[in-house]
Design a protein around this ligand. Structure first.
Ligand code: RIB
Ligand code: CA
Length: 365
């Protein structure tokens, strides 16, 4: 069994990361803690409660932590992830409640109770984890491991020319986290999934169609004479789930599979955003890759490095720099992912999330 404690800023790719982990029978999600980032922390928590219920998985604690960064004002990005943080997807108000515990208490108490057993996964700004480290400096030794989605090394930023979003939202927290890992044994250092490898996890429309097929929600071969097609549709039979660039912006999924519909509506928004910024009708699934890394189900290679996060320069704040050669004569504090296999990662995500979707009751048309 794999035990994961995740801190997120859900977020469309955070949502895919969560449903992927929920699709893994061997994974136990100890708790989900929420930080402000893509959207506000409480909206992040509501998104996670709603996604858990969509997947029929209640009983996972969802806690809110820091609602603002350590030192700089909060910036959110509804233009990237939608007003609620899950694109065009509209999920019912969750029945579940946000935990009364603070995220920092969840991290410190849970990891102390399960020494050496829990893999931490952080797919948002590092505010909560930095605060947890202040409370319990032994966290790096008590955790089984830590995977962070964040930073960019010798690679264009996605928030400023040199900074990646999660680090950019709270650079002081990121710097504290890397400093806390300085000098630890290499196999204890955080595995850092940064933009130069996460942007290779580039979701395209055919991936969404494959996901719908894996969920049994699209029968692309089911090409019937038009009158029979109409009859089949009237009977709620599957129809091809297509998210295509030529479709009107904001078109909603008609899939009767609730998870397919949610992901199609969420990811369409993300694809439209990437197209707006000349990256094509694609969606970078940064966090889903980090989740597959955290549970060891996608190949990757890493290199040890000493990471510094710039916090003093107005123009370069949030920039992450990696010393791979020991020039600074400081011990390594991270293992940066240097290669991955996008094809295998999508095969893994699609087959596993598709199987979860297939298990869910269909919604009425
Ligand atoms: O830069 C990409 C990261 O920022 C992802 O985690 C995305 O969800 C946003 O949080
Ligand atoms: Ca995220």
């Amino acid at each position: 069994m794999q035990s994961v404690l995740m801190d997120v800023d859900t977020g469309i790719d955070d949502a895919l990361a969560l449903v992927y982990l929920l699709s893994r029978p061997e994974v136990t999600i100890q708790a989900i803690t929420c930080t402000a980032g893509n959207v506000g922390a409480r909206q992040v928590a509501l998104n996670n409660l709603a996604l858990l219920e969509l997947c029929g998985r209640t009983g996972v604690e969802v806690a809110v932590g820091a609602e603002v960064p350590l030192e700089i004002p909060l910036v959110t990005t509804e233009e990237t992830h939608g007003p609620q943080g899950i694109g065009y997807a509209e999920l019912p108000k969750p029945a579940g409640e946000i935990s009364p515990r603070h995220a920092v208490d969840v991290w410190v108490e849970t990891v102390r109770a399960h020494p050496g057993e829990i893999t931490g996964l952080i797919t948002g700004p590092l505010t909560n984890f930095a605060l947890a480290l202040r409370r319990e400096p032994e966290l790096p030794r008590l955790l089984k491991g830590l995977v962070i989605m964040g930073g960019c090394f010798n690679y264009q930023g996605n928030t400023t020319p040199t900074a990646e979003w999660n680090v950019s939202v709270d650079p002081h927290a990121a710097q504290e986290v890397f400093a806390a890992y300085s000098g630890l044994p290499q196999d204890s250092l955080p595995v850092v999934c940064a933009l130069e490898t996460t942007e290779r996890i580039e979701m395209r429309p055919e991936h969404l169609q494959r996901l719908a097929e894996a969920a049994g929600a699209a029968e692309p071969e089911l090409v019937l004479p038009e009158h029979l097609q109409r009859l089949a549709e009237a009977a709620g039979a599957a129809e091809p789930e297509l998210v295509l660039p030529e479709q009107p912006e904001g078109q909603r999924s008609r899939s009767r599979n609730p998870l397919v519909a949610c992901l199609s509506d969420a990811i369409r928004f993300y694809m439209e955003f990437h197209r707006l910024y000349d990256q094509g009708f694609v969606a970078h699934m940064h966090d889903a890759f980090a989740a597959a890394v955290a549970v060891g189900r996608t190949p990757y290679a890493t290199r040890p490095a000493t990471v510094h996060v710039e916090t003093g320069s107005p123009r370069l704040i949030g920039t992450t720099v990696a010393d791979f050669r020991g020039i600074w004569k400081e011990p390594a504090n991270a293992r940066i992912v240097t290669s991955n296999d996008p094809g295998q990662c999508f095969d893994e995500l699609i087959s596993s999330v598709g199987a979860l979707a297939r298990s869910l009751p269909l919604r009425s048309s």
